[in-house]
Design a protein. Structure first.
Length: 77
């Protein structure tokens, strides 16, 4: 065993297992965080149309502007 006590080899193996487990946990955490931050395209489009409709209802945009902006938002889908 090249001068090392028997338990030193098991300690090294244990440390490798701990490091690999920590790396695996970090990867899982990164993947889960990345998925939760994504916004689906349809949801973003619907939200944009909702905001536009609210602005039209409040009188912030006129009918012509509303129609052109709505057409532009729908064309992006």
């Amino acid at each position: 065993m090249a001068g090392y006590p028997f338990w030193a080899h098991w300690g090294g193996i244990g440390m490798v297992i701990v490091i690999l487990a920590a790396i695996a946990i970090a990867i899982v955490a990164i993947v889960r965080t990345g998925r939760s931050n994504r916004v689906e395209h349809g949801a973003a489009e619907a939200r944009g149309l909702d905001i536009l409709a609210e602005r039209f209802a409040r009188g912030e945009v006129d009918a012509e502007t509303y129609r052109s902006m709505k057409a532009e938002l729908e064309a992006k889908s």
